[in-house]
Design a protein around this ligand. Structure first.
Ligand SMILES: *[C@@H]1O[C@H](CO)[C@@H](O)[C@H](O)[C@H]1NC(C)=O
Ligand SMILES: *[C@@H]1O[C@H](CO)[C@@H](O)[C@H](O)[C@H]1NC(C)=O
Ligand SMILES: [Fe+2]
Length: 231
């Protein structure tokens, strides 16, 4: 269902073509269950001292939960509009779908990108791809940190896979459009730089948060995402 949703958001972004969007949404809704907040595989305090428990708890149990909740509500409204054949209402729901669906997708990736046993360096094929496309792991870190710190206002820094070019790329998005819709990149690693992700611990010093988060990156998860993206 999440894959379909992702596709739907992508289509919604690229085309202003309501018929196509309706069809994709119809597919999702006809098979869907309500979305649920995914459990973390580690405790809220497990990423300390790099990301503290208070941030993790609020970020997961409040912020992410709100995206999921509003996504459920928006999909209900969408289903109603579809059933009535109300195209105006369907179009009006697109921003809410994009925002809450995008938030749910982003955060679901983000939690698995982190681990208390994370940090260190990527291995194997992922490391080889990083060396090929950025020169070295250090260079990737520098490039992605700089791009992420520089995001204006709320946003995300991403390492993504460009399937057509067969390459890794760094992207930073300040707007509300999902990564795949805007850039065509398949998300592998995301760094959330909305203030809710760091303010309680780092205040306005975003660079310190971005520097610290490398200590808890789950490279195994990023490598698995690369394998899946290449298929
Ligand atoms: C929608 O999402 C929330 C997560 O916040 C979940 O707890 C809830 O059960 C879902 N709502 C419905 C009506 O299923
Ligand atoms: C999800 O990620 C995309 C790509 O970085 C970003 O544009 C968007 O703002 C994010 N959405 C949310 C709600 O975090
Ligand atoms: Fe967030």
């Amino acid at each position: 269902v999440d894959q379909l949703l992702n596709r739907m958001l992508r289509i919604g972004c690229q085309l202003q073509c309501t018929a196509t969007v309706s069809k994709a949404v119809g597919q999702v809704l006809s098979v869907r269950q309500k979305h649920a907040l995914p459990d973390l595989t580690y405790d809220y305090a497990a990423l300390e001292p790099h990301v503290n428990a208070e941030i993790m708890q609020l970020h997961h149990s409040k912020h992410h939960a709100t995206y999921v909740n509003n996504l459920n509500i928006t999909e209900d409204k969408y289903q109603e509009a579809l059933a009535k054949g109300d195209v105006t209402a369907q179009v009006a729901l697109q921003p809410a779908l994009r925002f809450n669906g995008g938030g749910h997708i982003n955060h679901s990736i983000f939690w698995t990108n982190l681990s208390p046993n994370g940090g260190g360096e990527p291995q194997g094929e992922l490391l080889a791809a990083i060396q090929r496309d950025f020169g070295s792991f250090q260079k990737l870190k520098e490039k992605m940190s700089a791009a992420t710190v520089a995001v204006q206002g709320s946003g995300w820094g991403w390492l993504g896979y460009d399937k057509e070019g067969g390459r890794l790329r760094v992207a930073a998005c300040a707007n509300q459009d999902p990564l795949q819709g805007t850039t065509g990149l398949i998300p592998l690693l995301g760094i959330d730089v909305w203030e809710h992700a760091y303010y309680l611990q780092y205040k306005n010093v975003r660079p310190d948060y971005v520097k610290a988060i490398w200590n808890v990156i789950n490279w195994e998860n990023v490598g698995e995402r690369l394998q899946t993206a290449k298929k």
